[in-house]
Design a protein around this ligand. Structure first.
Ligand code: ASP
Ligand code: MG
Length: 440
């Protein structure tokens, strides 16, 4: 059994959704098809939710109406048969009525999550109606029946596995299952989600839970590229990546994959394939335990990074200092990405500064604290990169005009990270494209 996940752009137009239906019947293997919301929907739902949280009910109503109009046009192009059209009308009316009822109730965080869940519920229901219309036997299984997260928003893989296996056992005759990405239930049993872009994560968790033969992630680009195609003109697709390399790239900014989506597949040894809905026969990227080759493969960048420097003469020759520093971050559940130390100071970076004030307050007794915001991490990834000849030379020769603030080298065999001010991000990616890959 395999998992096929289709992103927002792959289902965002009626003809694309029809193309997805063709792709899922191409082979005989049984499968779970995971869908995102139609492109633009989750953003629209976020706006509706924001309007409501600010008490702007009429604004919210207008946005709900606009979204409903969009869906009407969509399903009228997707479907032909009157019974299918009737079903779709009923489905759309039901979901939009729900949104309109929420407008009347006083806004809460739980309702916000209910609003955000509508996108995936709508896309999967419309897709299911379409499959029925064209005679593709399948079963729509609600993700809310098996996808759960705990108090810390961590997916409960054990319970997901048990619940999903039971559902599949009960429906042994079916070969195609369709379900929602992104949405889940939290520890309180409420509707919740796996954060923006979370459908990839859903797919990987499902693939791990059922020990799938492969987890296919279908998007609108032919796999992971060596650099960000939005900022450099020439990029090339990478044929093979190891889980470690892919995790590093996803975490440090490659937009094609949700940052957490690699670990479930890696842990349960399920190969991941990144494929292109628009060019189904192109190779894409295969992600397994094997890297395929060594040396520099790709660069990715992530901004919104804050550096915290703690300088203290008490650090000199002292042991236990780093532990105390790290404990503060642990207490505030803030993860550290980069670390560099000198004998009298340590600098760390974080990408989540929600608790920064509290963190600084607790760090202050340790020494002088300096904060720099608006930084970017550029990550250079490749199997055995540290052992690759002249890699640092090429790296720094390309970046002579870039004010590099931090360097992480040797933390693993497959990654070098540098920290730069955010405004140099595009330039850095462009310079590295030339310096490391010989691409202009
Ligand atoms: N629809 C959600 C989002 O736009 C989840 C996803 O597409 O992966 O973030
Ligand atoms: Mg995505």
């Amino acid at each position: 059994m395999k998992v096929m996940k289709f992103g927002g752009t792959s289902v965002g137009k009626p003809e694309r959704m029809q193309q997805v239906a063709k792709l899922i019947v191409q082979d005989e293997e049984s499968k779970i098809v995971v869908l995102s919301a139609l492109s633009g929907t989750t953003n629209a739902l976020v706006e509706i939710s924001n309007a409501l949280s600010q008490g702007d009910k009429s604004g919210a109503r207008q946005q709900i109406q606009a979204l409903q109009d969009h869906y009407k046009i969509f399903y009228n192009q997707l479907l032909v048969a009157p019974p299918a059209l009737e079903k779709a009308t009923a489905c759309i009316n039901e979901h939009f009525e729900f949104l309109n009822i929420i407008v009347k109730i006083s806004f809460s965080e739980a309702l916000n999550k209910d609003i955000l869940a509508q996108g995936e519920l709508l896309s999967t229901k419309l897709f299911s109606i379409y499959l029925e219309e064209i005679g593709v036997d399948h079963l729509l299984i609600p993700a809310l029946d098996f996808m759960t997260i705990d108090n810390y928003d961590e997916p409960q893989i054990g319970s997901i596995k048990v619940k999903l296996t039971q559902i599949l056992q009960r429906n042994k005759g079916k070969k195609i299952f369709v379900t929602q990405g992104y949405i889940s239930r939290n520890a309180k049993g409420e509707v919740d989600n796996l954060k923006r872009g979370g459908s990839d994560y859903s797919a990987s968790l499902i693939a791990a839970a059922i020990q799938a033969s492969v987890c296919e992630i279908w998007t609108d680009i032919d796999g992971m590229h060596n650099n960000d195609p939005r900022v450099v003109t020439k990029t090339v697709a990478i044929e093979q990546l190891s889980f470690d390399e892919a995790a590093e790239l996803a975490y440090f900014g490659a937009k094609i994959l949700h940052p957490a989506s690699i670990w479930p597949a890696q842990f349960y040894k399920v190969p991941v394939k990144l494929l292109n809905t628009m060019q189904p026969t192109s190779k894409g990227t295969l992600i397994t335990e094997l890297a395929g080759s060594s040396g520099v493969k790709a660069v990715a960048a992530k901004d919104g990074i804050t550096v915290i420097q703690i300088k203290s003469s008490r650090m000199l020759l002292a042991y236990g200092f780093l532990r105390k520093v790290f404990e503060v971050f642990e207490k505030y559940r803030t993860s550290i990405d980069m670390v560099t130390t000198s004998e009298v100071a340590v600098s760390v970076t974080i990408d989540n500064d929600v608790q920064l004030k509290e963190i600084i307050k607790e760090l202050e007794p340790f020494g002088t604290i300096e904060i720099e915001r608006n930084q970017a991490i550029v990550s250079i990834v490749g199997n055995e990169i540290n052992e690759t000849k002249n890699v640092l030379q090429h790296l720094f020769n390309s970046l002579t005009d870039i004010p590099v603030r931090m360097v992480n080298y040797g933390g693993s065999h497959h990654n070098i990270s540098i920290l730069i001010p955010k405004e140099y991000k595009t330039k850095t990616l462009q310079l590295l494209n030339k310096g490391l890959f010989g691409l202009e």
